[in-house]
Design a protein around this ligand. Structure first.
Ligand code: GFB
Length: 296
């Protein structure tokens, strides 16, 4: 989802985009990454490849999340240094901040307290990536930067209920409930956690902006600055899909972090703000789902 959005956004820039399919280069294999970067010598690298998933996937597949992500970023960052990549943008995640960080969470909150247990494995890997960019900048003078988006959604999201994030999951469930294929809309947890959602096209625009103008150590937050409860989100999605029936809460499922609102003042100071309103982004994502994924 993130890679394709960044490629769509880069189509509007004066640059040549180099892509390689997963079947040709497995980013977990150091030699394959080194060989590809040495043969292609890109000027810039956007490191957004990762093993990602929603709260349940993070909780039940901790080894995959910590192994895949640390090894992917280690291979790419080190090889990018070796072949002389001029700019690298590493994509982190809002879950790098402590569970009880003061809200909204400023960049300075990094490593000031314990992490949210459900996604600590992913968060540790992402923190390692940020620290690698800082270390390679300090020791070798590499212009490697990092950014932390909040919960993303949009076209090419993962709509598989076992591994997806909340927006695609509730979209599928509301759609199936509307068609009478299930008994109402089931929401995991209590519905009280608050989340900030960022459309992936806004993230792509922010990424290109940072590639052009930002060159420093500190990781930059990318969000909208606005949050909703999961219960409010479920209502919005039900309205988007046109489902009018019952909503119920499965409290045996985890809530995760109570709040995860990013402080986006630094990004605003760099003359960038998110533009896509949640209701509009949900409507567009639902259209994409109907055209590309849904069984009618
Ligand atoms: O999107 P989500 O899986 O990720 O869940 P996190 C957000 C909230 O939605 C949680 C609730 O409180 C879930 O319990 N939720 C309600 C649901 N119904 C559902 C459902 O059907 N499916 C899902 N998936 N959630 C992830 C991290 O945390 O955020 C990752 O695990 C990553 O590491 C990502 O950082 C951005 O916001 O809880």
């Amino acid at each position: 989802m993130v890679g394709s959005a960044i490629a769509r956004r880069l189509d509007r820039e004066d640059c040549e985009i180099l892509k390689v399919p997963r079947a040709e280069v497995d980013l977990r294999r150091q030699a394959e990454v080194e060989d590809w970067l040495a043969a292609n010598k890109p000027d810039a690298v956007v490191l957004c490849a990762a093993t990602v998933g929603g709260i349940l996937a993070n909780q039940t597949r901790p080894a995959e999340f910590i192994y895949d992500n640390t090894v992917i970023e280690t291979n790419i960052i080190h090889s990018a240094y070796r072949v002389g990549v001029q700019k690298l943008l590493f994509m982190g995640s809002a879950c790098i901040y402590p569970r009880d960080a003061e809200q909204p969470m400023a960049e300075e909150a990094l490593l000031t307290g314990p992490l949210e247990p459900t996604n600590q494995w992913y968060a540790i890997a992402k923190i390692a990536g940020i620290k690698m960019c800082q270390a390679y900048r300090q020791q070798y003078g590499c212009d490697f930067i990092s950014a932390q988006p909040n919960n993303l959604y949009g076209p090419y999201d993962n709509f598989d209920l076992a591994s997806s994030h909340v927006i695609p999951a509730l979209m599928v469930k509301a759609h199936q409930a509307k068609l009478g294929k299930s008994n109402g809309l089931e929401i995991w947890g209590t519905g009280t956690p608050k989340r900030e959602f960022l459309h992936v096209d806004d993230l792509a625009d922010a990424a290109v902006h940072l590639l052009k103008i930002y060159s420093d150590e500190i990781q930059i937050n990318i969000g909208t600055g606005e949050e909703v409860t999961i219960a409010e989100l479920a209502r919005l999605i039900a309205d988007t899909v046109g489902f009018e029936g019952d909503v119920r809460f499965d409290k045996s499922k985890p809530d995760g972090a109570p709040r995860k609102l990013l402080d986006v003042r630094r990004m605003k100071g760099l003359d960038w703000e998110a533009e896509i309103a949640l209701a509009d982004g949900l409507a567009e994502t639902y259209r994409w789902y109907l055209e590309n994924v849904a069984e009618v």
